[in-house]
Design a protein around this ligand. Structure first.
Ligand code: PH2
Ligand code: MG
Ligand code: MG
Length: 159
């Protein structure tokens, strides 16, 4: 059975726009997968170390028969093909491309290298804003809130 999965895209090195577009094209070409929506691309200040360039962020939604683990492996392969350097020394430091599996239906998983929903998605504007643009009614199976609700919670907390 195909499942809707949401993927967060981020880039703050190189030709950010081009790298994000190439990653979106690659998502649409994955086996058993069709691209169903792409959010607007937004420019965001870095979260984490501040001495790095601003990011472009977006979210893509795919409909896929890949399992979460298969999809994760495909995301890592796309990152490598687009020149991601996994030897990057700093956690949350600059990168050409970052593809994060945010949601895979309402699957809950906590395994080495694969946590669903993505453990930080509910606390990040650069994820929730584009995600709410394409999947506002998607359900977070641990926080028991929709994506639109998570975004409005985050806005309230910050005021
Ligand atoms: N990704 C990070 C760390 N910080 N900040 C923004 N604005 N956008 C990101 O995609 C991002 C970040 C680690 O994955
Ligand atoms: Mg990330
Ligand atoms: Mg990542």
């Amino acid at each position: 059975m195909p499942t809707d999965a949401a993927i967060g895209l981020g880039s703050n090195l190189g030709d950010r726009q081009h790298v994000i577009s190439s990653a979106i094209d690659a998502l649409g070409n994955l086996p058993g997968t069709t691209l169903s929506a792409v959010s607007p691309i937004i420019e965001t200040s870095p979260v984490g170390p501040q001495d790095q360039p601003d990011y472009l962020n977006a979210v893509a939604v795919v409909r896929t028969t890949l399992t979460p683990r298969q999809l994760l492996d495909e995301l890592l392969a796309i990152e490598r093909r687009l020149g991601r350097d996994r030897s990057e020394p700093t956690r949350w430091g600059p990168r050409r491309i970052d593809l994060d599996l945010l949601l895979h239906g309402d699957t809950v998983i906590d395994e080495p290298g694969l946590t669903l929903p993505h453990p930080h998605m509910h606390e990040r504007h650069f994820v929730l804003e584009p995600l709410a643009a394409v999947l506002p009614e998607a359900w977070h199976p641990l926080r028991l809130r929709t994506v639109a609700e998570l975004l409005s919670d985050l806005r309230v907390q910050e005021h």
